[in-house]
Design a protein around this ligand. Structure first.
Ligand SMILES: C[S@@+](CC[C@H](N)C(=O)[O-])C[C@H]1O[C@@H](n2cnc3c(N)ncnc32)[C@H](O)[C@@H]1O
Length: 344
């Protein structure tokens, strides 16, 4: 069977690349404008990181990465900010980001790879750039299949919902329905060393918990796994908890449950106050390592060079923005099987 070789657009720290590789896809390079992603991308994946905007690339630039005779895969997860719920108000202002999906479509037209995959937030399908992306693929003769995926249904211990599209010029390709058991928080992070708030593990610079002030320490002690701030005594409640109907505030300052998948890891997932990011039993928010493992990164994935400090804000952003590697692995396996059946 010929090898599948890939280039990853908007590659970030390499969640998608990492997953594709573990399915057997040979990822040659990733493109991203954030230079902080170069170290994690290259040191974990052995592929080249190019700090360049996707809008400056041509099909010929991309073609130079693939070996003669290889099956070419172009993969990409354009930044999802313009499509996410919170960004609704900014959508009209941020036209340049809307355009990045169009740049992806342009590169598909110029390169005409055998295989394409695109990953994004589920709401992407409501928007014109997505419809024109699919139209481009269909006009070029691709078979297209897509699915709104609940990550927890695909072995990722997290309630994240993503949209996944796969396309092939070799024949019909299909994303299978979910199968297999749901992974829980306990299965994912139950084995990690215990820590207190503000403490760091001596051997893993990412396994460190943010400090909590006295009132937040009292709040987490009063929180039960899977509960809400309604479990707290009145004096610990903040004005924002009482301000609205309460519905949208229930899952801030909350502990996750051991025996459920975790909530979606956001860019602030290390912060007890911004979501259900409290550890199920230790009195602290989850660590950066725990967040990365919940995203399905390997336990030893490196995010900062040896000797450098893993800052909560920058590493949290890397983790929260990543595609769960296991979702990438699912896509990689779909393509490996597909090529096997179509050519092998
Ligand atoms: C959702 S994240 C991608 C996650 C990544 N694919 C993964 O698997 O972990 C989107 C990425 O797009 C990058 N980005 C934004 N504008 C870009 C551009 N014009 N060209 C290349 N990358 C860009 C951001 O720096 C960010 O890393």
């Amino acid at each position: 069977m010929p090898a599948i070789e890939a280039v990853d657009l908007f590659c970030g720290v390499g969640g998608l690349t990492c997953g594709l590789r573990s399915a057997g896809v040979q990822v040659r390079a990733g493109y991203d404008i954030d230079p902080a992603c170069k170290y994690p991308y290259e040191s974990n994946n052995g592929a080249t990181f190019v700090t360049q905007s996707v809008s400056e690339l041509s099909g010929a630039d991309l073609a130079s990465w693939y070996s003669p005779g290889a099956i070419c895969l172009l993969a990409g997860c354009a930044p999802c900010q313009p499509f996410s719920t919170l960004a609704n108000v900014c959508e009209k202002k941020d036209e340049t980001k809307w355009g990045l999906l169009e740049e992806f479509a342009r590169l598909v037209r110029e390169l005409k790879p055998e295989l394409v995959t695109m990953e994004n937030v589920p709401r992407v399908t409501n928007h014109a750039p997505y419809r024109s992306f699919v139209e481009t693929l269909e006009t070029l003769g691709y078979h297209v299949s897509s699915r709104r995926a609940r990550c927890a249904d695909y072995g990722i211990p997290q309630e994240r919902r993503r949209f996944v599209l796969v396309a092939s010029r070799l024949g019909p390709v299909r994303i299978p329905p979910p199968s297999g058991p749901v992974r829980t928080v306990r299965e994912a992070i139950g084995h990690l060393p215990k820590l207190a708030a503000g403490q760091a593990d001596a051997t893993d610079p990412l396994h460190k918990a943010r400090n909590l002030n006295l009132v937040n320490l009292r709040r987490i002690r009063a929180s039960r796994p899977g509960g809400t701030w309604e479990d707290w005594p009145e004096e610990l409640r903040a004005p924002c908890h009482l301000a609205s109907t309460g519905a949208s505030f229930k899952s801030v300052y909350a502990r996750m449950s051991w025996d459920q998948p975790a909530p979606t890891m956001t860019t602030q997932c290390y912060n007890f106050g911004t979501g259900r990011f409290g550890h199920p039993e230790q009195d602290r928010g989850i660590t950066l390592r725990e967040a990365a493992i919940i995203q399905s990164f390997p336990d030893d994935y490196r995010f900062v060079p040896p000797g450098e400090i893993a800052h909560f804000a920058s590493v949290g952003r890397m983790i929260g923005n990543a595609v769960p590697p296991r979702l990438g692995e699912l896509v990689g396996k779909i393509f490996m099987d597909h090529v096997n059946v179509s050519i092998g």
